[in-house]
Write a protein that binds this ligand. Sequence first.
Ligand code: SAM
Ligand code: DTB
Ligand code: SF4
Length: 340
Amino acid sequence: MHDQMTNLRYDWTVDDALELLRRPFHDLLSTAHQVHRRAFNAQVVESAALLSIKTGACPEDCAYCPQAAANNTQLQPEPLMAIDEIVAAARRAHAAGATRFCMGAAWRAPSDKQVEAVAERIEAVSAFGMETCATLGMLTPAQAARLAEAGLDFYNHNLDTSPEFYPSIITTRTYQDRLDTLDAVREAGIAVCCGGIVGMGETVADRAGLLVQLARQNPHPESVPINLLVKVPGTPLDGVDRLDGLDIVRTVAAARIMMPNSVVRLSAGRSEMSDELQALCFHAGASSIFWGDRLLTTDNPGEDDDTALLNRLGMTTGLSSRLAPNLSSSPVVADRELGR
Ligand code: SAM
Ligand code: DTB
Ligand code: SF4
């Protein structure tokens, strides 16, 4: 379906996505950048801080994840953090320039008691004006409603990869389980943050398959994190071949074109990327990053390096990289170029 009012498409096919991912690089980038400028201020990136509020000993078997109990990593498990510690971390992140605070927990699916405890933490962080995000695993509709009531702005739940490649990466929960949680989050009125991971040994068709799963959602996820696999010793994916950096740029560009109003976040893996590669990703339409020197359990570039990079690019951080919504539908790019 193509919504003529909003100029958004929800009928993307794998062939459409493959056609984008395989375009001559400059044609793809040129279109993505023009689409980006219709809806976004190209000089602004959003800055989200991450905190692992419950770490490790996770019963899921995600092959990429240092927190899975099944993976033999050196990670020290930690129970749910106390409210005052979380609030102190959020205040520090706010003072360091982050506008969103994302709390991650290594759960398969939280109990109602655990959701209640996180709801209190969300209320405490919202109270001093930061946007809140949580990623806690699978949720029931009632749990999503409780988090919405607590004031949660975003819920992160990734599809990770294509439905075809998914069973090679995770066996303890299904693709449909993830889609059901996304429905519950959407239904509760919380904005959806949903993306995936590249560089896990997937094919270009798998990257196309992931993008199509995201872009066939109506509405599109408000935030789309594109993570580059962080390889952690002890995880089954530690030895996979490095993904060509230009394929990361292509994935960002295709996401930008397919979901023109969504905020595409260049997420995990930036510590392994050159400044030049990150600059290309911003040009291709990424307008959000994780801010601070820690992701959940692994390293991120840190405020000083990121501030220096943004300065060199004439860019700044800001609460929203989105332009006014009515600017987003001006037909600057010919339908032909967008694959319509
Ligand atoms: N346990 C919850 C879940 O899986 O939904 C929330 C936390 S989990 C760590 C959040 C996301 O982090 C995963 O869905 C995955 O996309 C990403 N992630 C985990 N380990 C990663 C790694 N080594 N490299 C890149 N992304 C990773
Ligand atoms: C997302 O897409 N990436 C973040 C956030 N959502 C929760 C997590 C990245 C985790 C990288 C590995 C680690 O630090 O444990
Ligand atoms: Fe657990 Fe989430 Fe890591 Fe999977 S990605 S092992 S569910 S913490």
